[in-house]
Design a protein around this ligand. Structure first.
Ligand code: UTP
Length: 291
């Protein structure tokens, strides 16, 4: 079972400056909930009990969000507004939250390695909260991946097909098909130009990793952009054993970009906040979730 989840959240969020100058990108709201809360909720629905958040300078708001605010609670106690805190209170009660600081921004691989002390010698999930994944009326993306992990017992990356012109923004995989939507990875390239991309299957911000990844990361040299890339470590893991790539069910929004953030906000307002059925629900493929 996967009981631990790491949330690398130390990045500077430069694409969202000036909003992220003094506020963590992960605290930016999609309608009335910060991105990190969607990620934690997804992890809890996948059965995760221990949240490990990798933070950096200026990220105190993340810690405060998953803690009690006695003054505020006292102020709104007994009023209608109290209901607005119900969801986050439930998240606080259902999991433990620990934090570790990444002192230097040496990349996602380095952020995950920094979280080693929080997950120990256990398989664990990784959620990049700025990738918002929603699968309304169905299993969350992380839950889908945990179920696959329980069957295959190896590292799994979530992938999505992207236009050729966008491969340079992602780690891109190629692999052999195991079953519908599932591939055994044989190659991975970080942010390739379209002509160097091994396919159009891009890794998005959901991973399940087996703990041997830490030893590999410890020996991974800085790669593209001078950063320690999780893609390089995963390619090594794939060579040694098995890494799977999973084409998940659901919607994914790149909330690290302004366009993706606006798209996510519109979608969540309609289908989460107002509870309107999505197109596929209207066609009878899923049940809408009320706000
Ligand atoms: P991104 O590159 O998307 O995030 O990293 P960023 O650096 O914050 O954003 P921009 O490009 O400057 O706008 C993907 C994820 O990895 C985390 C980030 O916080 C984000 O969730 N990350 C990245 C770290 O925790 N540490 C790092 O050294 C790098």
């Amino acid at each position: 079972m996967i009981k631990h989840c790491l949330f690398p959240a130390a990045g500077y969020g430069t694409r969202f400056l000036p909003a992220t100058k003094s506020m963590p990108k992960e605290m930016m709201p999609i309608v009335n909930k910060p991105l990190i809360e969607y990620g934690v909720d997804e992890a809890i629905q996948a059965g995760v009990k221990h949240m490990g958040i990798v933070t950096g300078r200026g990220k105190h708001a993340l810690m405060d969000h998953f803690d009690k605010n006695y003054e505020l609670e006292h102020q709104i106690s007994g009023t209608k507004k109290e209901a607005l805190l119900t969801d986050v209170r439930a998240l606080i009660q259902s999991a433990s939250y620990t934090y570790i600081r990444q002192n230097e921004m040496k990349g996602l691989g380095h952020a995950i390695l920094t979280g080693k002390q929080l997950v120990g010698d256990n398989p664990f999930a990784v959620v990049l909260a700025d990738d918002l994944c929603l699968n309304l009326g169905g299993d969350t993306v992380l839950k889908q991946m945990v179920e696959l992990y329980n069957h295959y017992r190896c590292s799994i990356v979530a992938v999505q097909r992207v236009p050729e012109t966008e491969t340079h923004k992602y780690g891109v995989i190629s692999g052999s098909k195991l079953e519908s939507g599932l591939f055994r990875v044989d190659n991975m390239v970080e942010k390739p130009a379209p002509e160097e991309a091994p396919s159009n299957m891009a890794i998005i911000g959901r991973y399940i990793l087996t703990p041997d990844i830490f030893e590999i990361l410890e020996n991974t040299q800085p790669g593209k952009g001078g950063e320690i890339q999780i893609t390089d470590a995963l390619l090594e893991q794939a060579k040694r054993g098995c890494v799977l790539a999973y084409e998940f069910e659901g919607e994914r929004f790149d909330c690290g970009s302004v366009e993706g953030y606006i798209e996510a906000t519109n979608y969540a307002y309609q289908h989460v906040y107002l509870g309107k059925p999505t197109e596929s629900a209207e066609q009878g493929q899923e049940t809408p979730v009320p706000a």
